[in-house]
Design a protein around this ligand. Sequence first.
Ligand code: COA
Length: 416
Amino acid sequence: MAQGFFNAFNDVWMLDGVRTPMVDYCGALGHISPTDLGIKAAREALKRNGMSGADIESVITGNMAPGDFDQFFLPRHIGLYAGVPQQVPAVMAQRICGTGFELFRQAGEQIEAGACDTALVVGTESMTRNPIAAFDHRTGFKLGAPVGFKDYMWEALKDPAAGINMIQTAENLAKQYGITREEVDQFAAESFAKAVAAQESGFLAGEIVPVISEKFELEGYQTRGIKLQGKLTEVATDTHPRLSPVEVLAKLRPVYEGGVQTGGNSSALVDAAAACIVTSGRYAKANGKQPLARVVAAAAVGVPPEIMGIGPAAAIRLLLERSGLQLDDIGRFEINEAQGAQTLAVGRELGMDLSRLNVNGGAIALGHPLACTGVRLTITLARELKRSGLRYGISSACIGGGQGIALLIENPDATA
Ligand SMILES: CC(C)(COP(=O)(O)OP(=O)(O)OC[C@H]1O[C@@H](n2cnc3c(N)ncnc32)[C@H](O)[C@@H]1OP(=O)(O)O)[C@@H](O)C(=O)NCCC(=O)NCCS
């Protein structure tokens, strides 16, 4: 029996979801706080489902890096400025790169327990606005003492328990599973090609709300909002995908001498937010909502920190075992491409048919905005199941520190 944490849900549904474009860090969204990106996505998710904030009974948000001085208030402010009534509580969850999935898991638990019928889930991240921070200067600067300011993002990608950073955990997996640089570059080139194709077909545009300059008003309180810089009037597309043939990727310098991971075959650093509405079946039926998917089950597990990237294999194994399904029953997988070798190791460990994996491109091509990722992947997965008529899909991610999380969803209109 696989070990870990498992939830089965009988009557939990996800309605339509939406996200901002995912924009390379230090780009056009880099000056916008994660709260405002989250408000933007939340307002649009409500609109696309013909709902208002007044229909929401629980707000569940995720954000990893503090992106502004008001980050403590992020869940509350996303709820309030999305129009959710003051009486409705808001919470922040964090499971690092698994945060977005955790939001669905918690929404499922709340709804299944009868605590609420509707939840607004919002994952938001500004990788750009990771602060340059110091923790030891409140009492002043002693003469000659080292100044403690460091790049929060760079430091946060290191696990001090294992004494290694996330790229090194992928290098460990490459060695363990005999994965070569050529294989990782090939996988990355395909991720880029699939993402470009999904952009060109318009599939990705269907889940994106363009970011524009706008005010978020809340009666009786301060107005906040988004102001694009310069002459920009709209940011409507993901910026990282570009055709990246193997020959081009092969020329990039590895992050570590002799290693397989490069800037071209690791997840891109991007800014984005994604939002979705999760409801009980009773609510969806009574209010004439057409759900995108049923949220069937969730699993979260622990794995060794030094090979944290294998987390999805353990989580998916537990999810399948406890749900009574086989790998072959799953029509589509969305597994976060934190690093190319990491995703290939998961595929190898599970014996997965990679043609079902990340068919619209993955984080190598599109980017990985930490807390947003799980919401984004699950929305993409649900839309892809609808498009293909397939029944079951699994979205999953590895998690720094050594965890994995996975969600099982079902297309109610499956034809295959
Ligand atoms: C891998 C990583 C360290 C690279 O960071 P970086 O060095 O700033 O990366 P860059 O984007 O500058 O890419 C490095 C080089 O490759 C080039 N490159 C990247 N992708 C490319 C592509 N698709 N095609 C062609 N060139 C590409 C860049 O232009 C750059 O070239 P330059 O050095 O001549 O400027 C960083 O992206 C990373 O840590 N990613 C993983 C994040 C992560 O682990 N998240 C958490 C998961 S648990």
